[in-house]
Design a protein around this ligand. Sequence first.
Ligand code: ZN
Ligand code: ZN
Ligand code: FE
Length: 756
Amino acid sequence: MPLRLHIEVAGCVQGVGFRPTVYRHATALGLTGFVSNGTGGVVIEVEGSSAAVTEFRHRLETQPPPQARIEAVRVREVAPQQSPTFEITASERSGDLAAGMPPDLALCDDCRHELFTPGDRRHRYPFINCTNCGPRFTIIGALPYDRERTSMAPFVMCPDCAAEYADPRDRRFDAQPDACPVCGPRLTLRLPDGAVVTEDPLAETVRRLRAGEIGAVKGLGGFHLCCLATDDATVQCLRQRKHRPDKSLAVMFRDLDELRRHCRVEAAAEALLLSPARPIVALPRLPNSALSAFISPDTDDVGAFLPYTPLHALLLDAISPLVMTSANLSEEPIVSDFAELGTLLGAVADFALDHDRKILRRCDDSVVKVARGTPLLLRRSRGFVPRAIALPHGGPSVLACGAEVKNTFCITRGAQAFMSQHIGDLTDLSAYSFFRQSAADLEQLLQVRTALVAHDLHPDYLSTRFALAHPAPRKLGVQHHHAHIAGCMAENGLDGPVIGVALDGTGYGTDGTLWGGEFLIATRGSFERAACFRPYPLPGGEEAVRHPARTALSCLVTEFGAGGLARAADLLPSLPEAERMLLVQMIQKRLNSPLTSSAGRLFDAVGALLGFDAPVTYEGQAAIRLQTLALRSPQLPPAYEFRIEPGPPARLSFAPALEQVMEALRRGQDRAEIAAAFHVTVAVATAAMCTRLRNEHGLSEVVLSGGVFQNDLLLTLLLERLEAARFCVFTHRDVPPNDGCIALGQAVVALETLAG
Ligand code: ZN
Ligand code: ZN
Ligand code: FE
């Protein structure tokens, strides 16, 4: 008596070669039945001997296609039908398939092998792909995922490609972007004067890059600006033209072997570098690396990544390593179309390597660090988006608008959260229009009706204004740091209450001041501010982020009065006397000087005292330089002193530490040691506050979030101390600790509120 099973597989199982894999397993075992794409997943029926069916289930679990992500499998027995064969039946092309929309996938090993095999019909073809690799999110116009709704639609498959596409045994079966040199997209090299090179544009690109030119190269989610990473003059020229004086530039290497000659690569980093998402990974630079010192002047790390498209593979095979940085001007969104390059061609790039496959969704590279062997996301975008993040429970659909800088937004459907790609800094108008377009796009893709729009409490964020103008029936303001903590709780499946530690830049507090060094007793739906860093007036408000010396001055004057002011004169040379006096007036009279408990601003202030007091050229620069300095300290000094002042909220005061910092400077102590001691101090003090809260509230789970935890030195020091004190500590898994996580947290709080 044969056995027939009906199997439903949910998860990211479409567009990743799932059905051909099922076909191969089933036919190898002599089973009959069918496989097809269904609503939100894949439906399989297999029939045969009970042993063969059992083996099939085992193979499905242990040998799924490499890019699939199985979230749930439902199996039931059905009546045998004695089907003659096993078939891949036509997709059920209805309903919502968005759950199956895959992210863009890096070039796979099989395709890479063909790419470099002379005689292969795709030898050196820059758009080679298969069911396991290639563009997805960035070329899909609408769902369901079929070629006619992708930007491959204008390319009519040649007979060879069509045959592969139709053959279930072929590794390009049903691969929507499949193409070859006969029928697929092509490269063109364009010059500022309008001239076009179609004869071997790749060779011309390599020739020009070797000569020190800067190119704009069209990739998966947008154009990169690209130049030799080993040549100081070229890298400096790129910085000058792009108006990006100091912020790190990412570098692409030919392969892992070459990368190892420049950076230290540990196992966790290697796994990330080779993963199908191929993010940029921050790696410690080796002293003998030949990379230009201008790649990352503020850190000893290099943002490194490996080729993820066949075009990159061909380019880097000829010339490597290359700077690969998003083509845009300062905070504008990444350029995704040749026409958008506009004046950048000529003004910034000497030439553009273009192609005729349209990018339908712009998407920046993702960025990851490794802290204590664990990935620490800094930007979740290409390769991760639009993978769903599982929520503790479902509810009506929520649109969460996120924060202002490093903006991402989020839409929930059922118990899944779909985070947008990196949108950027919404103070830039073109970023704001990118935000609005993308929100409409994702709502449409997911086919949801938004029941509630969640937003930050900050009245001036454009994301808040967008939310308030949205037609959805309900709106919910979510406190910034509660969003930080609630998101991290949801990722870790925590109900709370927990001790939530949000060490952050600034976020709008419920009392109208700027919070950012917060200890919350939080559940996913509510919170109480149990403690915070001692607040200081921030002269000029959030603008002070651009000039850390202002924050430092405020700390000195607030804590030490006239004595502090006297020290400021020599410690903060970037503040001329007249400006200093004006600022002191503002601080003392509280003119345009909101109080802030921000941990990020405290790091800025200490960075300023240690010599990084000049206006910054990007957010967090002084803190990054402070961390770099601390990492150069030969040993970890003991902590400075701090004070806990009773509340509520209790206050963590670093005044004694600031005094010791100034004393150390007076003695001429090594600045690296002072920087390291300050890091240790913040870790020890934060752990001490957690211990106090544990005693008061009987809680031992600590949840960490906030932009300051991008500082992996601080994160590591704090984790060590909390674990030594026997806390259970939770950090983000799927989203960054910075404001890129805010939308997720807002959605989580909103779903709790709706569940009421
Ligand atoms: Zn492939
Ligand atoms: Zn073809
Ligand atoms: Fe934040």
